[in-house]
Design a protein around this ligand. Structure first.
Ligand code: ADP
Ligand code: MG
Length: 503
């Protein structure tokens, strides 16, 4: 592990070198059935229950292409501003490994369904960085191996391995970028923003569940360094399965530091795959990988080519939802939030929640106040997401209506919210049951005020003498007597009225 001993500080590394990045992102589609068979595409079922003879490559069976998967692929291509191939086919990528019982993966080779696109990703400060897309092609996932008895679930040292073919044949779209140059010190941020943008697009299209923790979106990160005065790219490494946004950021950062250490020492970079280790935030060597790895690709003889007509493509284009970046721009303008307010909402992951609350009838200011304020605070204390507290748009609207009708004040509203979260019911119901309504009834207030004045004759004299701010001294005892439910403004009015002083 000499590599990790010579790490060069990230900022220092980027004074000498420019990073070049490339991403291969695999997106699992959420079709009902698999890419080439009628077996269910479902997560979490008992091992080897969602498998049929096509997935197992039994003799004499024929695959059939899943039309919905092709449509999803085209929609992803269109969302990534790609050209769509008029005609494309499948190929066999041959390799022997127990995760693929057919001994080949059905994929696309030199004629991907979508190619030559781009994606504009927004960085945290609002700057836009364009990532060019090389291709998006269709393929099938492999089965899942679980290695038993070894350390950290690895095959090395394992006693035996279990194989689950439920995932074999699940439709995948692999999206490959062109080399990304010019990111400089923002390379980790660009990497993270790119993967986040892909995840947002496929989720928004509804073609994938897009849950990284379930492997619905998986990322291989290619990184190389070139001296600032060099003309050709350096040798890349491909870090496999960096499967969270944070890991994407860290893996790119680590590879830059590691490769700079080797290059500074006059060593060369080996073109290889690398394993990502979440615990140590480091990568270790995987297998050597040349650009000409020979998978003996050949055209899949059992599948006819796919022909995409212009009408079909246009029909699919008409189904595309508003692109996420445009949607954000529109919402920001509609809601009238400042740049900082809007960015905070996006970074808190509360865009949808706030949009829903506004759609249900709240003003943009009220929706933001509750979601970004008290709900976020309570969520942080409970260590959950704000949307997981069970607060609905209806709760917020009802709470706000109670405040506007002056039934409760802001402070009591926050208490009521806690009771709602605790499952006591709807806000109005809780206010009623717990007797939390502000005391506006002048006779009850009047009695409390009379008591307070009787106990503080000196204060009363001061007020009569024109020192109106002395009223403040009476408010405390009145609040106490009404258990905080008196309206301070109203108390002041009544005191002045009783003493015949002009406010
Ligand atoms: P492979 O079959 O090796 O996985 P792909 O073409 O599928 O190759 O993906 C390689 C990825 O690496 C692409 O995103 C490509 O743009 C990127 N890439 C190519 N050369 C370099 C380089 N020198 N440095 C960083 N990334 C690179
Ligand atoms: Mg690849």
């Amino acid at each position: 592990m000499s590599a990790t001993e010579n790490l060069v500080d990230f900022e220092t590394a980027l004074q000498t070198y420019d990073p070049v990045l490339g991403f291969e992102v695999h997106v699992e589609l959420n079709t009902k059935t698999k890419m080439f068979s009628s077996a269910p595409n479902a997560f979490g079922d008992a091992p080897n229950t969602n498998v049929n003879e096509v997935d197992l490559g039994l003799p004499g069976v024929l695959p059939v292409v899943n039309k919905t998967a092709v449509e999803s692929a085209i929609m992803i291509g269109l969302a990534l501003n790609c050209q769509i191939a008029e005609k494309c086919g499948f190929a066999r990528k041959n390799y022997f490994y127990p995760d693929t019982p057919k001994n080949f993966q059905t994929s696309q080779y030199d004629d991907p369904i979508a190619f030559d696109g781009f994606l504009d990703v927004e960085l945290e400060d609002g700057e836009v960085f364009r990532v060019e897309i090389e291709r998006a092609h269709m393929e099938e996932d492999a089965g899942k191996l679980t290695h038993m008895g070894g350390a950290a679930g690895r095959i090395q040292g394992a006693d035996f391995s279990l194989v689950d073919y439920n995932r074999a044949g699940v439709p995948l779209i692999e999206i490959v970028t062109k080399p990304i140059v010019g990111a400089g010190t923002r390379a980790p941020e660009v990497a993270k923003a790119y993967v986040a943008a892909i995840r947002e697009i496929v989720r928004n299209l509804g073609v994938s569940d897009a849950r990284m923790e379930r492997g619905n979106v998986r990322c291989d990160a290619n990184v190389s360094l070139m001296r600032k005065d060099a003309e050709a790219f350096g040798t890349r490494t491909e870090t496999k399965n960096v499967n969270s946004l944070r890991a994407v950021d860290h893996a790119v950062r680590f590879e830059i530091s590691r490769q700079a250490g080797l290059l500074d020492a006059g060593e060369s970079i080996i073109q290889e795959t690398r394993h990502w280790h979440e615990d140590t935030r480091t990568t270790t060597s995987g297998r050597p990988k040349s650009d000409a790895d020979d998978y003996r690709y050949f055209p899949e003889p059992d599948l006819v080519p796919i022909v995409t007509t212009a009408e079909w493509i246009e029909e699919l284009r008409s189904r595309l939802p508003e692109p996420p970046a445009e949607r954000r721009k529109r919402l920001k303008a509609d809601w009238g939030y400042s740049d900082a307010e809007f960015r905070d909402v996006v970074n808190a992951g509360l865009l949808e929640a706030i949009e829903e609350t506004i759609a249900a009838g709240a003003t943009a200011a009220v929706a933001r106040k509750w979601w970004m304020g008290e709900i976020s605070r309570l969520a942080k204390n409970a260590e959950v997401e704000p949307t997981e507290l069970g607060v609905t748009s209806a709760t917020i609207i009802e709470l706000n209506a109670l405040i506007e009708a002056q039934k409760i004040n802001d402070k009591i509203a926050r208490q009521v919210l806690e009771y709602v979260i605790a499952g006591e019911g709807a806000p109005a119901e809780i206010v009623e049951k717990r007797g939390l309504a502000v005391v506006n009834d002048d006779s009850a207030l009047g009695a409390a005020i009379d008591d307070a004045m009787a106990q503080m004759p000196d204060v009363v004299e001061k007020i009569k003498g024109g020192k109106l701010q002395a009223v403040g001294a009476l408010i405390g005892p009145v609040m106490k007597a009404t258990r905080g439910q008196a309206d301070a403004g109203r108390v002041r009015e009544i005191v002045l009225e009783k003493l015949g002083v002009d406010g």
